[in-house]
Design a protein around this ligand. Structure first.
Ligand code: 6R9
Length: 652
């Protein structure tokens, strides 16, 4: 092993462990033997899991990998995703069970049972047919977090149209390029949605995008906010077209490999990649992982994933996995601080949420707001907590477990990507003695590994690149319209291995720790240093809420570490001074060694993030290197860079 790999892999020492509570372990859905069983016969394991779904026609072959990297799962099988997510639960006598408790930001609510969902989806499917949408066509969906969003996705799945959900915060230009790339025929949108107490304008953005897209035939508009919107020739109102449709529609079986959806990855550079997911394997891995990783008991659990449905996490763990498993879920439309900073905890208390899935960025925000806020609510219904989207810093993990999970609930740190479709690496809540900050090991049936730059598996204690060795059911099938790019991006770095683009390490026990995107790894005086580890060291200081670290060009060391820090709410005035910056630099040096000591630390009020909460380090590198700031169109809040520039005048 080279010296640089040692540095990458051995900075962070974390010795805390959390074993599953005995009662959860005893009644867990998945026990330790699943690993062994799946390792002995991986395809047999997935074949057995396939019984979770209702197939109209049974498949002939589990996996066809004769033309790698183009996989076919459950070859010859036929099923309908909407039937599996909705109708079969109604047919089994569970029509009165709640599918979604929807909570609007202003406090309005809607409860949708499985029977309600069935009639809504059927009406929407009939409306799509009336509007000329057919099997194989693409439909763009640009909606806020309202029930019509999952209803629209399921209506598409029901008739075999491929949906492409675009985040309700993206610009007209971002929407236009996604519509054009997929050649979508229809856009489903709304007059707007509520965020931070104000109606947002979605329809105006759609109008701007559609004016330049030749393929759109209709714009289907849901009324949500009641704000005045411009009406164009292509517009039809949801309440005119959908409401009058028949509630009957027979779901058509689709081939197991029928394209279910395209989802564009935010892609920090270059044209966005349209990640293609198909039907059988995708739904199966969503259902299995939702059952295994969250220990879901559909009869008693109330499940809430706080992600936006426009992110893959919402596709797989608000819509497809939970509904395939017949869960009762919460969906919340708005922001966590409306009308006050206790809104999420209020929702957990109100619906007695038992499984909660969120992102480290949200957890760090709550840390910053203070422990006293969740302490005001009854969170005793919670029994499993999940995290996704970024490496979770050990201190954020501990805070989450302690202040939200009463120091009792397991926390599952789930690693996966838009491309993987479903969770790949995660603890199992009834099995794993979890380590704060580690995603631990591949789930049963998944073969992920950490390799060196030659593609060789690293020994325990080593660091390198995250890869997947064997195809998995919910893997992306290609990049829409660009097979070459699919091969080049994911399958060319290492022969025969899927390259995820993340750095990772194995600890002495062989458990895996994710270290952020390979592009973000810093090279300081010849040592590879991961941004994640330096950020985690900073967050472990009691006065730090959040931090982002970048490597800036340095004449002496090649790259030097520059850190941006948000102090905790309770930290007081002294955080502005040079003494505090020195205190933090020494703190990092003590935690990780002098090589990881930041050259510079800047206090900032906010960090630039995507809508799924990932820090856009590229923009911070522009600040650190005193360049003008690059493309900000995928930021959740485009004013953040102005706030940072105001605070750091030299960065303008
Ligand atoms: C689901 C999702 C994928 C990238 C991925 C990695 C980061 C996600 C993580 C994690 C460390 C975790 N990531 N979960 N890193 N630990 N538990 O986030 O999909 O938006 O496509 O992002 O997110 O860098 O490569 P997507």
């Amino acid at each position: 092993m080279s010296q640089s790999q040692e540095t990458l892999s051995n900075l962070l020492q974390e010795t805390r462990r959390f074993s599953p509570p005995a009662d959860l372990a005893a009644s867990a859905n998945v026990k330790a033997d699943a690993y062994e069983q799946a390792a002995q016969d991986r395809l047999g394991f997935w074949a057995e899991q396939a019984d979770r779904l209702s197939w109209s026609k049974r498949w002939d072959e589990v996996l066809d990998w004769s033309n790698p990297p183009f996989a076919k799962w459950f070859v010859g099988g036929e099923l309908n995703v909407a039937y599996n997510c909705v109708d079969r639960h109604v047919e089994a006598g569970r029509g009165a069970k709640v599918a979604f408790h929807w909570e609007g930001e202003p406090g309005d609510t809607r409860t949708l049972t499985y029977a309600d969902l069935q009639s809504e989806v059927n009406k929407a499917a009939n409306a799509l047919l009336e509007l000329g949408v057919r099997k194989g066509d693409r439909v763009a969906i640009y909606l806020p977090m309202i029930p019509e969003l999952p209803i629209s996705m399921l209506a598409c799945a029901r008739i075999g149209a491929t949906h492409s959900v675009v985040f309700g915060g993206f610009s007209a230009e971002a929407l236009r390029t996604r519509i054009d790339d997929a050649q979508a025929k229809l856009v489903i949108t709304s007059d707007g949605g509520f965020r931070r107490g104000k109606p947002s304008d979605l329809k105006g953005i759609v109008d701007e995008a559609v004016a330049q897209t030749p393929t759109i035939e209709h714009v289907l508009v849901v009324r949500r906010t009641g704000e005045q919107v411009a009406e164009n020739d292509l517009d039809v109102w949801w309440h005119d077209v959908v409401e009058r449709q028949s509630e009957d529609h027979t779901a058509e079986p689709m081939d197991s490999e029928h394209p279910l959806y395209i989802l564009y990855t935010s892609g920090t550079t270059g044209k966005p990649k349209g990640i293609l997911h198909t039907t059988g394997g995708y739904l199966l891995q969503c259902a299995y992982t939702h059952h295994a990783v969250f220990d879901l008991k559909p009869e008693t659990d109330i499940y809430w994933c706080s992600a936006d449905i426009g992110w893959v996490t919402g596709h797989s763990y608000i819509v497809y996995g939970p509904l395939a498993n017949g869960s009762t879920s919460v969906i919340y439309e708005g922001t966590p601080d409306t009308p006050n900073k206790g809104r999420w905890w209020d929702i957990i208390q109100k619906y007695k949420v038992s499984i909660f899935y969120t992102a480290p960025t949200a957890i760090r925000t709550f840390m910053k707001w203070g422990d006293d806020i969740p302490a005001e609510y009854d969170l005793s219904s919670l029994r499993v907590l999940g995290s996704v989207g970024e490496p979770i810093n050990p201190e954020a993990y501990i805070w989450y477990r302690k202040h939200i999970g009463s120091d009792r609930t397991p926390v599952v740190d789930t690693w996966w990507q838009t491309e993987t479709g479903a969770i790949m690496i995660s603890p199992l809540p009834g099995v794993t003695a979890a380590k704060p900050g580690a995603a631990m090991r591949s789930l049963p049936g998944i073969v992920a590994d950490v390799v060196d730059d030659q593609g060789q598996s690293v020994p325990n204690g080593g660091g390198g690149f995250m890869v997947v060795r064997e195809p998995w059911p919910s893997m992306l099938r290609t990049i829409w319209g660009d097979d070459e790019r699919y091969i080049k991006t994911y399958w060319s770095r290492f022969d025969g291995l899927y390259f995820a683009g993340d750095g990772a390490k194995k600890d002495e026990d062989g458990d895996m720790w994710l270290l952020g995107r390979v592009d973000d790894v810093m090279l300081v005086s010849g040592h590879n240093i991961s941004t994640t580890e330096v950020e985690s060291a900073l967050v472990s200081h009691p006065k730090v809420a959040e931090s982002a670290v970048v490597g800036a060009t340095d004449p002496v060391t090649g790259q030097a570490i520059v850190a941006f820090v948000i102090p905790r709410g309770s930290a007081g005035e002294e955080v502005e001074g040079a003494d505090f910056a020195k205190e933090l630099r020494d703190h990092v040096s003590k935690a990780l060694g002098p090589i990881a000591k930041p050259r510079q630390i800047m206090m900032v009020p906010e960090l630039p993030k995507t809508r799924s909460g990932k820090i856009m380090r590229r923009l911070l590198r522009d600040v650190a290197e005193k360049r003008s700031i690059g493309d900000v169109t995928t930021l959740a809040d485009s004013t953040v860079m102005d706030l940072i520039s105001e605070k750091l005048p030299s960065a303008k």
